[in-house]
Design a protein around this ligand. Structure first.
Ligand SMILES: [Zn+2]
Length: 429
């Protein structure tokens, strides 16, 4: 198809953003945005939350945090991915006084797994692995607890492509598809033999993981991370082995937190598989055009992932978009809208559209965007999971300079959940 509104935006994105901002802020009160009905009847999906890291009962309501059972049900979510970060380093200042995170930083999630505080540092790798398996157990407990008639929703664990078929936004006690994802396989080394890489992937698959991100906040034995003081290379030999195993086992490959070199290399491998191209996703990230930090995605990153038929999950948190706490709620929502518009603009670039139509026969830039909140990931967001409908409303209200809707409702339904359902199903089948 021909790209829609975004190609009519001026090349300078700030001009377009200013107009969208003006349009939205002309509505004088938050309540004037039709926050709830915009998402009515839509299948809502989110590619990343870290709720299971915190040792709380995910089915019980709690004060604070972003996600719990009652709020997931109230938000009308249809699918939620639960991630297991295995090592969350505390940033420290390096010799150049720049804030960095690395495998040498203090692991701040020790506090969440108190028994580990007494474990000697040399057993780090064992801890990283055991933390992943502990979070997997919490995931299965959540699924089991959701079977109770009094639970706020029934969790449908997504273990193979077919499990995505039955997910609908039902009446009464809702069904919500839940998926277990790994963030950082830090206990593999770049020179690990193929058998050890395979045994590790098999152990994690057995534990229920169906999505894996090789790196997290620093480079490791599988490849380069987006944030790292010590090089941002592509995949290592072990990383290439890991990637092909994920494709073989129908595990969704998530390159959030990966370096641009890794994203480029993995996308190339995904496209040249003998059994046909495999989609790769980025579960949660911001966009460099809106906030140029290392962790955010460049135009090249966005197009590389889309070229595999994959997805970009746009994050909802403060440092992804670069808003400050004193900005009003609507201004924060506008930053989020800007991120979606910027990514859509990148995906609608005429040469890329031509290339994609040539490769896949058809191409719709809207089919490669999704939600990737990073709720409960030690993040600051302007809203909790019940605010996902606000995102839908804010996108529905976005206009280009000719006052045309940028995200018409059929395209908005894709971004809000249908893309996630489709691409996960393709990757898992
Ligand atoms: Zn993350």
């Amino acid at each position: 198809m021909k790209p829609l509104a975004p190609v009519d935006l001026p090349r300078g994105l700030p001009g377009a953003i200013a107009r969208i901002a003006e349009r939205v802020s002309n509505q004088t009160d938050v309540r004037d945005l039709d926050f709830h009905s915009a998402a009515d009847g839509m299948f809502l999906a989110d590619l990343h939350c870290d709720t299971l890291l915190w040792g709380v009962d995910p089915m019980a309501s709690r004060n604070g945090g972003h996600v719990d059972g009652p709020r997931l049900a109230r938000a009308g979510m249809g699918l939620q991915v639960f991630a297991a970060p295995t090592w969350t380093p505390l940033p420290f200042r390096n010799d150049e006084d720049r804030l960095v995170v690395s495998a040498r930083s203090f692991d701040q999630s020790h506090g969440l797994f108190p028994t580990e505080l007494l474990t000697p540092a040399r057993e780090r790798n064992r801890k990283r692995r055991s933390r992943a398996l502990a979070i997997a157990r919490r995931f299965h407990e959540m699924t089991r607890d959701s079977q109770s008639e009094t639970a706020p929703f029934e969790a449908v664990p997504l273990m193979q492509g077919g499990d995505l078929d039955g997910l609908t936004r039902g009446d009464g006690r809702p069904n919500i598809g839940v998926m277990l994802a790994l963030e950082g396989l830090h206990w593999l080394a770049d020179d690990d033999p193929a058998e050890r890489v395979e045994a590790t992937v098999d152990e994690l698959y057995e534990a229920g993981f169906r999505m894996m991100a090789p790196t997290h906040r620093f480079s490791n034995g599988l490849g380069g991370a987006s944030e790292n003081s010590a090089g941002k290379g592509g995949l290592t030999a072990a990383g290439r082995k890991w990637l092909n195993l994920c494709f073989d086992r129908r595990i969704v490959v998530d390159l959030a937190h990966a370096s641009s070199a890794l994203i480029r290399e993995a996308s190339g491998m995904a496209l040249t598989r003998e059994d046909g191209p495999k989609p790769i996703i980025i579960s949660h990230a911001g966009i460099k055009a809106v906030n140029p930090r290392a962790r955010n995605l460049s135009e090249g990153d966005i197009r590389a992932v889309a070229s595999t038929g994959g997805l970009i999950g746009i994050g909802f948190w403060r440092s992804a978009m670069g808003w400050t706490d004193d900005e009003p709620y609507l201004a924060k929502m506008q930053r989020l809208v800007e991120s979606f518009v910027a990514a859509l603009d990148t995906l609608s670039e005429p040469h890329f559209v031509e290339e994609m139509e040539g490769r896949h026969g058809r191409y719709d830039p809207y089919e490669h965007l999704a939600f990737g909140s990073d709720f409960d990931g030690a993040t600051t967001t302007a809203f909790d999971v019940t605010g996902v409908s606000h995102v839908v409303a804010a996108l529905a209200n976005a206009r280009d300079q000719k006052m045309r809707t940028i995200f018409p409702s059929d395209k908005l339904a894709l971004i809000s959940g249908e893309n996630t359902r489709r691409v996960l199903q393709v990757a898992m089948t």
